[in-house]
Write a protein that binds this ligand. Sequence first.
Ligand code: ZN
Length: 534
Amino acid sequence: MLFSPLFRLPARSGLLFSRWARTPAIPSSPAFVAPAGALRAQLRQGLGVLLLATSLTANAQGLLVKNALLITQKPGDEQAYFGYMRVGNDGRITAIAPGEAPAPQAGERVIDASGKFVAPGFISAHSHLFMSPLRGLGHTETLYGWGAAVSRLNNRATAEDIYWFTLHGSLDFLRNGITTAYDFTYSGAVGGQAVGVGEKVPPPSLKPGPFEENQLRAKSDAGLRFINSVGLPRVGTRSDMISRLEGLLAHAKSTYGRNPLYLGMAISGGLQRAPTRETAELEAHVMKTYDLMNQSHFLESPERVEEQQAKFAWYADAGALSPKFIFGHFIQTTPDLVRQAAAAGASMSWQPTSNSRLASGVADIVAYRAAGMKVAVGLDDQSCTDISDPFQNLRIGLALIRTKYKSAQALSVREMLYLHTLGSADVLGIADKVGSLEVGKYADFLIVDPRRPDTGPLHDAVATYVLACGLRNLEQVYVGGRLVADGLRLMTQDETRLRREIDDRISRLETEVRGLEGRTASVAPHPFAALLNP
Ligand SMILES: [Zn+2]
């Protein structure tokens, strides 16, 4: 038999075999159809892009997922098991257990997941969603050259552009099975970036907003769960910088404080691009004063490594290093820096796909974990990760570490999956809400069909999920029990409108930039533009 012992555990193993041998399509219950119908009706009425929260809330009922092969990621659940999951009206899991599902309650939606994995939505612990429409740029460059390539257009983007770009990135995440993101937002700052210690650069300037407010709204409109991480642009006095942050914290709390998609605010540490230690001191101050987590891009690029490493002491001296501090990337380390970071309780976020694309190097997460650092995993921005594919990210991560160590045991498939789900939730301080399928947590889950396309019999279910499944097997994505992506179809927004907005805005930016550059060539339309935007 090619089935793991688990599949033969229940009394009706023959029944299980027949379940897993067949792969019936998930039936569309009337409750599934209603939101899509509501969207179409709204669009026909010319209301444009509308968030479906109202109609979805109106239709809110319990949900029962039965006959699933559950990969819960609950500590102790090493193996997948056959069972069911029940979701309450508030979008949280009320029951999850092995075996046959109980009879559905009155009004409860039922999903028959026969033959399919039901697993937690992925968490991206490091993302820049506004950069989603800037893919394929700077592909011959490492970090700084790539940054220049994307800044060329981004520096001209307006706050409204950034709303649409963030919406694009958020929906892209959802469709690919990433249900929670730590999002580094764009402050609207232009320039002022330095690599070296004391490097002289013109001061940054701030474009008129509201950039930050629009990015919060875009993620909420998309239906993505998120931590919103804002920068502290070095514009004006220290008190100007603090009062801008206070304004944002107040806005986020008053507007999203009761929105279950909103998981809090954080700051985006900026020392990697800052020339003086005042940046570290300000970050340490606001972390303590406002009890904020800080994720800071650090030791990412293999260029000018000594200059980057010299800034580590600025964070240490300022008292910023703590369990609330996350190093983003943290590749160009030394054993001493790792020891100091671990001793302070700091953690790190690892971006395997981005690090490969930008030739940044391999973060030695085996050494970091051995030293006591927690590790999260992110997809980074779509302009240097290109496909926000968490399955690919798992496999690139495994490939990097196993190749580095020349050992197939350096990192297991179960550890890798943990890092991209519950491990990331743990680092981000949200493990009580997301990261695993457990009673009380949000029902953010994926339905993945290993038989469509067919990956063969399941010898080790978790290994098949991590190594053999991909976006092509991803059938549906749920956030809080709400269907947000049904195959390629987005359920929360009108993709035709979205695509038109993105194409028009990027085309406009390209025209503006070419004008500034003195280039006369017209912008070539997308070859399918006429088909996409009839
Ligand atoms: Zn990043």
